[in-house]
Ligand binder design. Structure first.
Ligand code: PNW
Length: 445
């Protein structure tokens, strides 16, 4: 017995969208089946020391073989929507040429299964699994990758666009560019700031080209957006140097993406700072017009906020998750309100929010994860507070449906509402899952 937490009673619009999220490489496994080729993550996982414990996504949650049961699990939570990503090397092996019918068939079945259960499919085209062949041709720092991405987007919408209305081009281009090409801690593991900035530009260009192709090829109206992990940077104090440092962090984490997407221009202060480092965006005439396609929504992934002082990041005395990320729900309120103010007219969806904690294995069919429930409770209150302050936030997706391959951290960090016992692939609802389902149900009562 023990843990009890009342479902939340929130003041949110009646049509507020409740969801859970995953991504392809983190859950699917079956990496060599039905014609799938390698992605940069398949390669990166084999670099000694790259991923904790030398783990890979080879099997992950074996979702590729357990999809109907997993959709039943989602339906059991009573959510409205399921955010998942398509695996580019499954759908278009090697990243160019015709679609692979066997790869597409999996997503056909997934979409049909979701629709049969009344769950809205919310597709992300790219959640970090670039076909290895495209990396071998230069990856995101190469302009051609943006063109390849637009072709891939068209293949996807031609197959699924009759049933899927909600399309997200990219998940967190900051992570692809900075973690992948500058810091080298994510695939493809490169370490070059110039490459990283070129990747930012080509990711945004790829988004814009794909958005145009999605709308042209769908044959009927689709809702097209992008998901960002924008930075909520708080100055450590009111000294001008601290305020400037926080503004610069916001520039690199938020404005570098949203200003071109929404306003069709890169932020001048960020571009100037990069020029002083001799780093230049590989901008061609017309690129900004291609990037600034109308956005039907903005996806916001929020895990923490950052305090920045004149001397760099400041650690706060806050509780932390197993990722060592500070827990700061107020930052989510302030961030959503700020995005609504600086980028008005953009419907906002929290497309990821959640936490990893060290927690006991299932016992008696239960997983006691009170800290995850408290985390979700606090962040949902923060979303409602942002809504009350005028932010146009229309939905929330918990990250994640189930424990999965947490990138460089391997399987040790568990973000799931549902516990996965990897040796048996048994799924067990955590207490937070029951609480989330009750909160969703309560919001409709
Ligand atoms: C996001 N960081 O990743 C991703 O979209 C998910 O796939 C992932 O599982 C989730 O958040 C939890 O990590 C991030 O270092 C990974 O700032 C790293 C960072 C941010 C987001």
């Amino acid at each position: 017995e023990g843990f009890r937490m009342e479902p939340l009673d929130l003041t949110l619009p009646r049509d507020f969208l409740w969801g859970v999220a995953t991504s392809a490489y983190q859950i699917e496994g079956a990496v060599s089946e039905d014609g799938r080729t390698a992605s940069i993550w398949d390669t990166f996982c084999r670099v000694p020391g790259a991923v904790a414990g030398g783990e890979t996504g080879d099997t992950a949650c074996d979702h590729y073989h357990r999809m109907p049961q997993d959709v039943a699990l989602i339906a059991g939570l009573g959510v409205d929507a399921y955010r998942f990503s398509l695996s580019w090397p499954r759908i278009q092996p090697g990243g160019k040429g015709p679609a692979n019918p066997r790869g597409l068939a999996f997503y056909d079945r997934l979409v049909d299964e979701l629709l049969a259960k009344g769950i809205r499919p919310w597709i992300t085209l790219y959640h970090w699994d670039l076909p290895q062949e495209l990396e071998d041709n230069g990856g995101w720092p190469a302009r051609d990758t943006a063109e390849r991405f637009a072709d891939y987007a068209e293949l996807c919408v031609r197959q699924l666009g009759d049933r899927v209305r909600w399309w997200t081009t990219l998940n967190e281009p900051w992570c692809s560019a900075v973690l992948g090409y500058e810091l080298g801690i994510h695939a493809p593991g490169r370490n070059d700031r110039g490459d990283s900035l070129a990747a930012v530009h080509h990711l945004l260009l790829g988004h814009g080209l794909a958005a145009q192709r999605l709308r042209a090829a769908a044959g009927h109206p689709v809702q097209v957006g992008i998901t960002l992990n924008t930075t909520h940077a708080i100055p450590a104090d009111d000294r001008p140097a601290s305020v400037a440092a926080a503004h610069h962090a916001d520039g690199l984490g938020t404005r570098l993406y949203l200003d071109p997407l929404v306003h069709g221009r890169y932020p001048a202060d960020v571009v100037d700072a990069l020029h002083r480092e001799n780093v230049h965006l590989p901008l061609h005439d017309g690129d900004l017009a291609d990037i600034a396609q109308p956005l039907d929504f903005l996806g916001v992934n929020y895990y923490t906020s950052h305090v920045v002082g004149a001397d760099g990041p400041v650690r706060r005395d806050l509780p932390r998750t197993a990722m060592d990320w500070e827990i700061h729900p107020e930052g989510l309120t302030d961030h959503l309100v700020r995005l609504g103010r600086d980028y008005p007219g953009l419907p906002l969806y929290v497309t990821e929010n959640g936490a990893a904690f060290d927690e006991p294995a299932p016992s008696g069919g239960e997983v006691a994860d009170p800290r995850r429930t408290a985390y979700l409770d606090a962040h949902l209150r923060a979303v409602a507070a942002a809504h009350a302050q005028g932010a146009d936030v229309r939905g929330y997706f918990a990250w994640s449906l189930m424990d999965n391959f947490e990138w460089a951290e391997g399987y040790a960090k568990r973000f799931g509402l549902v516990h996965v016992d990897y040796p048996t692939q048994r799924r067990t609802l955590k207490q937070s899952a029951r609480w989330y389902a009750a909160t969703v149900a309560r919001s409709r009562a």
